[in-house]
Ligand binder design. Structure first.
Ligand SMILES: Cc1cc2nc3c(=O)[nH]c(=O)nc-3n(C[C@H](O)[C@H](O)[C@H](O)COP(=O)(O)OP(=O)(O)OC[C@H]3O[C@@H](n4cnc5c(N)ncnc54)[C@H](O)[C@@H]3O)c2cc1C
Length: 509
């Protein structure tokens, strides 16, 4: 049950939105659409877009904060994208690969083990049969209590050792045993024995998996161009360059680092909920709420852009790197996303071949207390890693005309095993104070933390507050317990899919 102390949000109420990323912009846009005018959107940065904003460096290369592939689960999001960008976008085919054993393996790895050296392919198949047919492992996918156990139960020893464990450690920067299995769905391709055997024996390729086979990308300005346009639509609400430092939850006043204040009736926050509860909220905030929120874990990310004066050697979109001969887990040929990502646009000839004098690589490396990274050396280590992994040929280093480095302190919200319990305490408590924490780090649910999910979290929240509709994406259902307390139960949001369902579907094929 919604215990919003204000009841339904009306035009008389003042709404303060913290964070002008996709979540905050989605909420602001929807509020405006519904005729609400008493809205202020603050952000500590001078620009909108949050983690989805883009940068053009002095050499003329455009960079995103990590490879951003737009694929949407929502009609509303699709319509908004079309309204903001019209035909000013590219439609790209996904071409993703895994680099291992000095060769390219089509993604997903587990569907294409026929590309491995025979011994490794045999280990992967044997492990799969041990896990799924002989049930040799300690767990089934259902009984697994963490992501590590889930990997062993679904994929078996070979795939776990060669790919799943090393790759996931590079991405998440935490061992899979500290992570839950609830986030898995569309995010991990599972496979059954029949399909694996068929692909190996019949030498079949199998890379049509996943929700993002084709994806849109803005023609100019990188992924952030979409959010810049939404920002223009809601510019009368924007108040940028203001860092929130304190919220008096009793008086409902927000304080900023520049000494300014904002009074509000409803606060929508997309800032990291651990920081919000631990450092920002004041007033009658139970210590348990602060402590619980502080228990959430995240990883940081180093985004390194490498711009080269050379024709692009590949049509690939992005590639995964599980091995330890390079620091990054993923590299994107960003210049393949649009002709306008480099100082000069490329031209496409009658045969679809691209002719351009420049190309760019965007390389992502994760960091956490369990996986430290020396930020002062990451650019050089990235270049060396590109050489080791066979992306830069000998001598190609001399063609690098620019490098770009961005460190995101909050990059991946770790789905740790106790995450859902923490959120079930923290999110409903905040809502009793009319504070709604949503978004990638506002809600901390990686399974619904892409741009389409987060923008829609903002939209759906406004629909709930103003129209009384249910939020679908957050996957939290509010219940009243027998003693009258409000409780939150987690369900799988319909947009995030489910590992078990996918397994069942694979079995029935
Ligand atoms: C490496 C990486 C790769 C990604 N790849 C994809 C992808 O392929 N496809 C996809 O759809 N999505 C991708 N995403 C996710 C996408 O970036 C997020 O979904 C989206 O940016 C989250 O929006 P948000 O508004 O919830 O949070 P954010 O974008 O983090 O915005 C929050 C805003 O709050 C502001 N803020 C924080 N604290 C304060 C404060 N104290 N005062 C004022 N302002 C504050 C921040 O400055 C920020 O602008 C990726 C993200 C990363 C990091």
């Amino acid at each position: 049950m919604d215990q919003n102390r204000l009841g339904r949000l009306t035009p008389a109420h003042r709404v303060l939105i913290v964070g002008a990323g996709p979540t905050g912009l989605g909420a602001a846009y929807r509020l405006k659409e519904l005729g609400h005018r008493r809205v202020v959107v603050v952000d500590q940065h001078e620009r909108v877009g949050g983690l989805a904003r883009s940068f053009t460096d002095s050499a003329g290369f455009t960079w995103d904060i990590g490879g951003h592939v737009m694929f949407s689960h929502y009609d509303y999001y699709d319509r908004l994208f079309d309204k903001m960008l019209g035909d000013e976008h590219c439609l790209n085919d996904r071409e993703s690969w895994v680099r291992m054993f000095d060769r390219w393996i089509p993604y997903p790895f587990q569907n294409n083990i026929r590309y491995l050296p025979p011994e490794a392919a045999y280990e992967c198949l044997q492990g799969l049969i041990d896990a799924q047919v002989r049930h040799k492992g300690a767990h089934t996918p259902q009984s697994a209590t963490n992501f590590g156990e889930f990997i062993d139960a679904v994929f078996g020893e070979g795939i776990a050792r060669h790919f799943m464990r090393p790759y996931n450690f590079k991405v998440w920067a935490y061992p899979p045993e500290v992570m839950n299995k609830q986030w898995i769905g569309e995010r991990v391709a599972v496979i059954d024995v029949d399909r694996a055997l068929r692909n190996v024996v019949l030498q079949q390729d199998d890379f049509g998996w996943g929700p993002n086979n084709r994806f849109k990308y803005p023609l100019r300005g990188g992924t952030g161009a979409f959010y810049d346009r939404i920002g223009e639509e809601v510019r009368e609400f924007l108040s940028l360059g203001r860092q929130l430092v304190r919220v008096d939850t009793d008086a409902r006043i927000a304080y900023f680092a520049d000494g300014s204040t904002e009074a509000y009736d409803v606060l929508i926050s997309a800032m990291p909920v651990d920081v919000l509860c631990r450092d920002v909220l004041s007033g009658e905030v139970p210590q348990t709420i602060r402590d619980r929120a502080a228990g959430l874990r995240h990883s940081s990310g180093h985004m390194v852009g490498i711009g080269l004066k050379r024709p692009c050697p590949s049509t690939k979109s992005w590639m995964y790197f599980p091995e330890d001969n390079c620091p990054f887990y993923r590299v994107t040929y960003l210049s393949n996303y649009s002709p306008f990502m480099t100082p000069e646009p490329y031209a496409t000839d009658a045969y679809g071949r691209r002719n351009g004098r420049y190309y760019s690589l965007l390389c992502e490396t994760s960091e956490s207390p369990a996986k430290p990274v020396d930020g002062s050396r990451i650019v050089e280590e990235t270049v060396r890693g590109l050489e080791h992994a066979g992306l830069l040929e000998p001598g190609e280093r001399d063609d690098i005309v620019t490098t770009w480095h961005y460190r995101a302190e909050y990059s991946y919200p770790t789905p740790c095993v106790d995450r859902d319990g923490i959120l079930a305490d923290v999110i409903p408590w905040l809502e009793t104070r009319d504070i709604y924490s949503r978004g990638r780090f506002g809600l901390w649910k990686y399974e619904v933390a892409n741009t389409d999910h987060t923008l829609m979290q903002g939209v759906e929240l406004v629909n709930r507050l103003m129209l009384g509709e249910r939020e679908h994406t957050i996957g939290i259902v509010y219940k009243v317990t027998h003693d009258g307390r409000e409780a939150a139960e987690h369900e799988r949001p319909p947009v995030a899919g489910s590992g078990e369902k996918r397994l069942a579907a694979a079995k029935s094929r």
